[in-house]
Ligand binder design. Structure first.
Ligand code: ADP
Ligand code: MG
Length: 340
């Protein structure tokens, strides 16, 4: 049957002449049209499944951007990040953190306790370099309301009495958190965004979504991959507008801490928003930027800040406690070289 069809195929000239069309000519024409339609349809479907939805919002004091082939991903992420923000932001008066800062004592939710205990782990691991009790320092130097000021040594010394994680007391089977001094305050700016990204990714996974990138002001998680290829993350040049390097990630988090986004200049000197809790001054360890790649975003976030405070040499010991992480330190001397 098939063979005989082939035998009576018209020659190309016949196809060009409509008058000489046979039943078989028409059938081949239909086959061709169907084939072309299928190719076009396949192409369109292919294009559609390669489409990435992108949405961004200002949340937790930064731009949160969600990229995914799944339209639902951004909505799920924003809802979850808002929930964490309502719980942990020092700028939301109703948050548990604001209540604790206001009254010096609260009965906290298990989730807040979880984040505080995580912060304690990094405080211990970094031997005090990572310390969420820097709140009074952040305020004194004017970073809370962008009213920058270089305090006098005596002022810093006085404020340092309110700094130190050992002054946070956990009571009643860890249900109650109390400050040793009511004037103390905590600031989860170096860990809460990472935690929020992890929570959002958990929700996105639970919804069956397998590919998504969340970027909360440089705290990033790359879920799955991007149409079979790893997500590509650009690392910003700390002293320029260009990108410094690219990293390829799949199911990993990345966070960067640096002195180039929140800082002020006074008499040619740069004062940035990450403090050395030992001195009460902005960290001055010779680094301009620290990037950490880890399995979860909370770890990447907290480690990047800790290493920024500790610097290259002291940070070595801390880095060794996290063998699964990849760390990139950019030193001031690298920047000088880079600028030449
Ligand atoms: P960013 O928030 O810009 O991503 P970080 O994750 O490094 O940067 O967090 C910096 C913030 O953490 C500061 O703005 C301040 O609120 C808080 N912070 C400052 N110094 C410390 C410190 N030594 N340990 C923990 N948190 C800190
Ligand atoms: Mg951080």
């Amino acid at each position: 049957m098939v063979k005989s069809q082939i035998q009576i195929l018209p020659n190309p000239k016949q196809i060009q002449n409509p008058k000489s069309k046979t039943f078989w000519d028409l059938e081949i024409g239909i086959y061709l049209v169907v084939l072309v339609l299928l190719v076009v349809l396949g192409f369109l479907c292919g294009c559609q499944s390669r489409y990435l939805y992108k949405d961004s919002r200002v949340m937790m004091g930064t731009f949160v951007e969600v990229t995914s082939p799944d339209k639902q991903a951004a909505g799920i992420a924003f809802a979850e990040i808002k929930r964490i923000e309502d719980l942990l932001s020092k700028y939301k008066p109703e948050s548990e953190v604001s209540q604790l800062n206001k009254t010096g004592k609260i009965k906290a939710s298990p989730e807040t306790i979880y984040v505080l205990k995580k912060a304690k782990e990094f405080w211990l691991a970094s031997e005090g370099a990572f310390d969420i009790t820097v709140g009074p320092l952040v305020q004194l130097w004017g970073f809370k309301d962008k009213n920058y000021y270089v305090p006098k040594d005596e002022e810093i010394k006085k404020i340092l009495n309110l700094v130190g994680f050992e002054k946070i007391l956990f009571k009643d089977n860890d249900n109650v958190v109390e400050f040793s001094f009511p004037e103390m305050s905590i600031d989860l700016g170096a860990i809460a965004k990472g935690y929020a990204v992890d929570c959002a990714i958990d929700k996105i996974r639970a919804a069956g979504i397998t590919s998504c990138l969340i970027n909360a002001g440089g705290d990033i998680y790359a879920l799955g991959n991007r149409f079979g290829r790893p997500w590509r993350i650009a690392i910003q040049d700390p002293r320029g507008k260009k990108f410094f390097a690219y990293l390829e990630l799949e199911n990993q988090a990345i966070a960067t801490s640096g002195d180039y986004e929140q800082y002020f200049l006074k008499r040619q000197k740069r004062y940035a928003h990450i403090f050395d809790p030992q001195t009460g001054y902005p960290a001055n360890s010779g680094l301009v930027s620290v990037t950490v790649v880890a399995g979860d975003c909370l770890t990447a976030d907290a480690l990047a800040t800790s290493l920024f405070v500790l610097g290259k040499d002291k940070g070595q010991k801390l880095a060794e406690k996290f063998p699964q992480t990849k760390i990139k330190l950019i030193e001031i001397k690298d920047i000088v070289k880079y600028g030449e």
